[in-house]
Design a protein around this ligand. Structure first.
Ligand SMILES: Cc1ncc(COP(=O)(O)O)c(C=O)c1O
Length: 448
């Protein structure tokens, strides 16, 4: 056994052959598994019965911390009363209540809520709404969708088409959506390395949208979709002024702007949404994950009145307006978890808490500057990334090793390529922020 496989002894004879794991190096994982068996508050329990601090809120989603009794009780109560209700041509009260709760904290006007079950579904839903909207207003030729390089918008065909991550697209490239273009990403090491918060450089990159409009003509473009902060490709913070400029260009040409807030929604930046944080209001917001603390799969699209009403009022009153939806849209258990989660956020002031803790998070993550292999550090709110120099000819291996060492030392981190990403639950305290980054520091020192 080498250093990377030393704590893998499983106490049970778990058959690992059947489960095909998502976004995982299956062979590597199964040779040296890392299993989580319990979770409470800020900590996971591992299969070898260690407590490890959750530096990532699961997958950017357990914002209220693990094992919240209020959510468990709400789900249990709902499952006891009614396990499931059809979502087409029927409703149940919690679906409406959950929509109202979410609408309350969306930017003004974005209060029409369509439920789905994952971020990927929310993205594909928003893209379809954009097409349906333009068609309903008599501009059905607006079919082109503009995403961004290094964007992650889930794994549906819509999401990978507008997304900008090469490996997510390569195997499927023969059949991505045909009418798509991409903005350049906003990351620039030369101009923005070690920026604290929003880099001052890069607003002009939004003008690339003007170039794309000139190429295709605005009359063919339905929507632009971007993550306000690109999470999955390593926490790429938007340059100052960039999002506002995108908004202005979209408005000028009648193009819908969609913010994919699957990660940034529900307090990650210290406000309910990144839209609120940046003071830029899109036409639609996609959200998932922390919408119900990830207790039960759930996602949503918030649309503004113009988008919603144009579609809803296009046909006769007895016709389905949007031929789209999911069996589990607003599933009763997910809706119950959503309401309980939103109540926790409000009662405990968790978004404000994140806002207050952001400077401490910034200080601690930037202390890693100068440590072995560190090439860049970036942060906003309670999300941040530490980018490492890659090994020659073996990109990704160094961050993977740091990630495994962190796990062995008591931290669940996250890595993508050679970037380590951090996004603790919003209940984290100052001491725990220090704990997270001191483990990272130790792991960096032990990694070649
Ligand atoms: C911005 C963004 N959009 C969409 C998704 C996809 O969400 P899901 O994995 O729930 O489909 C993610 C997942 O991390 C995301 O970060």
């Amino acid at each position: 056994m080498n250093a990377l496989t030393e704590n893998v002894s499983l106490s049970t004879d778990l058959d690992m052959s059947n489960y095909w794991m998502p976004f995982t190096a299956n062979k590597q994982f199964k040779a040296a598994p890392r299993l989580l068996t319990g979770a409470k508050g800020m900590y996971y329990t591992t299969h070898d019965n260690r407590q490890i601090i959750d530096g990532c809120a699961g997958l950017w989603c357990v914002n209220a911390g693990h094992g919240r009794e209020e959510i468990i009780e709400a789900v249990h109560k709902q499952m006891t009363e009614m396990d499931y209700a059809p979502s087409f041509q029927m409703g149940h009260p919690l679906a409406f209540e959950a929509a109202s709760k979410v609408a309350e904290i969306m930017p003004a006007g974005l209060d029409r809520i369509f439920f789905a079950n994952s971020g990927s579904e929310a993205v594909d839903t928003a893209l379809k709404i954009a097409l349906a909207y333009h068609r309903a207003r008599g501009e059905g030729q607006r079919t082109r969708l503009i995403g961004r390089e290094r964007g992650y918008n889930g794994v549906g065909f819509g999401g990978i088409s507008v997304g900008g991550i090469s490996p997510n697209r390569k195997a499927f490239s023969g059949n991505l959506l045909p009418s798509v273009d991409h903005l350049p990403h906003t990351f620039n090491l030369e101009h923005a390395a070690y920026s604290k918060g929003q880099p001052a450089w890069g607003e002009h990159l939004a003008d690339e949208l003007e170039r794309i409009v000139a190429l295709h003509d605005a009359s063919t473009i339905a929507a632009v979709i971007v993550e306000p902060v690109a999470g999955s490709t390593g926490v790429l913070i938007p340059p100052q002024g960039y999002l506002k400029r995108l908004r202005d260009i979209c408005t000028k040409y009648g193009i819908l702007l969609i913010f994919d807030e699957v990660i940034t929604g529900f307090g990650r930046l210290g406000k309910a949404t990144a839209s609120e944080y940046f003071g830029v209001t899109p036409d639609m917001i996609t959200m998932a994950k922390a919408i119900n603390n990830a207790a039960i799969p759930m996602s949503a699209v918030a649309a503004n009145h113009q988008v919603h009403d144009t579609i809803i009022n296009a046909g006769p009153g007895n016709a389905i307006e949007l031929f789209h939806g999911y069996t589990y849209s607003a599933h009763p258990a997910a809706a119950a978890a959503c309401i309980a989660t939103q109540n926790i956020y409000r009662k405990e002031g968790l978004f404000e808490r994140a806002n207050k803790l952001a400077p401490k998070f910034e200080t601690e993550i930037h202390k890693l500057r100068g440590e072995p292999h560190v090439k860049d550090i970036r942060n906003l709110g309670l999300m941040g990334a530490v980018e490492l120099n890659s090994r020659d000819g073996a990109p990704g291996t160094r961050a993977y090793e740091v990630f495994v060492k962190c796990y062995q030392k008591g931290l669940m981190a996250r890595f993508t390529g050679d970037i380590l990403a951090f996004s603790p639950p919003l209940i984290v305290n100052e001491g725990q922020i220090e704990e997270i980054f001191s483990i990272v520091k130790a792991a960096l020192h032990e990694t070649a």
